[in-house]
Design a protein around this ligand. Structure first.
Ligand SMILES: C[S@@+](CC[C@H](N)C(=O)[O-])C[C@H]1O[C@@H](n2cnc3c(N)ncnc32)[C@H](O)[C@@H]1O
Length: 258
């Protein structure tokens, strides 16, 4: 039977290699150049679902920034801490719904599907409630989400991925399943890892459940939380263009607390 868990120890240890081809820098640069045009100081930042900390390291480029980064996977956080040993970042193993602080933040961000990992309506509402609560006045929320319109038309297919980490050959087979009645995509990952040095093979599995959202719903929930949409566009490309491409299967949202 495959594991019902996500972001387990096995997965966390391979995560940075599996997503070596993700252009974090380009995505960050687009957000960064959009944010600095706002001429605001983002000194107190909250990152939701920081994973292994690739974005937190990049967001330190915002001058004088201090980042509080949380994640519900202790395995992902452990790697982030090891990778970014910097006194301007604090990592906490915490679920978004359990987050409490006396501080308010000028920037809250949640990138690479974190909002979509909130798999039901109550978690989704909570995501926006927490973001709004901890944003200072005029503070900015940046998050991305799976876009219903394009995701279901693109019909997610089974995918195979090969990655290499030192002496490890990593084979990943992904089987997606759309549950349209719940706006959910479930992905079962089957891993085979071959250690060439030890001449040993191991297998493990993970299950990831994500929610996709109708753009109309996102606009509604943003408004209900006293946030104003500043921009919506394709990650890494669109935020600085006048006309956004809303046809992408992932969209980045920038909103401001009013
Ligand atoms: C695809 S990873 C993205 C990680 C990181 N942001 C990146 O860009 O590499 C999604 C992360 O969100 C975290 N996550 C999902 N739901 C969460 C929740 N409710 N509270 C805290 N972390 C959550 C997962 O543990 C995982 O590390």
């Amino acid at each position: 039977m495959y594991s019902i868990h996500s972001f387990t120890k096995n997965y966390a240890e391979l995560y940075d290699v599996l997503y070596r081809d993700k252009n974090y820098k380009r995505e960050f640069k687009t957000i960064y150049s959009y944010l600095i045009r706002k001429k605001k100081v983002f000194n107190n930042i909250l990152e939701l679902g920081c994973g292994t900390g690739t974005f937190s390291k990049l967001f330190l480029k915002l001058k004088k920034s201090r980042i509080l980064a949380i994640d519900s996977s202790k395995h992902m956080i452990k790697i982030a801490k090891k990778k970014n040993n910097n006194n301007r970042i604090i990592y906490k193993h915490l679920n978004i719904s359990d987050f409490k602080s006396k501080q308010r933040f000028s920037l809250v961000y949640a990138l690479f599907h974190v909002l979509s990992y909130q798999k039901n309506m109550s978690q989704t509402k909570n995501f926006f409630k927490i973001s709004k609560k901890y944003l200072s006045k005029d503070g900015i929320l940046v998050c991305d989400f799976l876009n219903k319109k394009n995701l279901i038309y693109s019909k997610p297919r089974q995918k195979f991925k090969f990655s290499r980490k030192k002496n490890l050959d990593i084979f990943r087979y992904a089987i997606p399943e759309l549950i349209k009645s719940k706006n959910i995509i479930k992905i079962k990952y089957y891993f085979s890892v071959f250690d060439k040095k030890k001449k040993e093979a191991s297998q493990f599995t993970e299950s990831h459940t994500m929610q996709y959202f109708d753009l109309k719903f996102i606009k509604k929930i943003v408004k209900e939380n006293n946030l104003k949409i500043l921009k919506i566009g394709e990650p890494g490309l669109d935020l600085n263009r006048k006309k956004a491409n809303l046809k992408s299967w992932v969209l980045t949202l920038v909103a401001q607390r009013v």
